[in-house]
Design a protein around this ligand. Sequence first.
Ligand SMILES: [Zn+2]
Length: 81
Amino acid sequence: MSLLPSCVEVSRLLSEARDAGRPLGSHARLHLWVCEVCRRLKAQFDLLGRAASRCHEKGPGLSDDAKARLKKTLESGPGLP
Ligand SMILES: [Zn+2]
């Protein structure tokens, strides 16, 4: 068993941390330090989070159905081979 979580685990942890509004754990942060794919995924999460915040301030935002589809797409992972 590796000390570092897999890319799939990190994508799940990123989603959970964002949803819960809590910081990412140390093992996941270490994974991000060495994995460019997951760093890009985190950047996408951060970008979407900022965009979602702005949409919420200016209007009704995404429907619950659209949010669920977006979340499902993001949770499917970074598309590793
Ligand atoms: Zn990774």
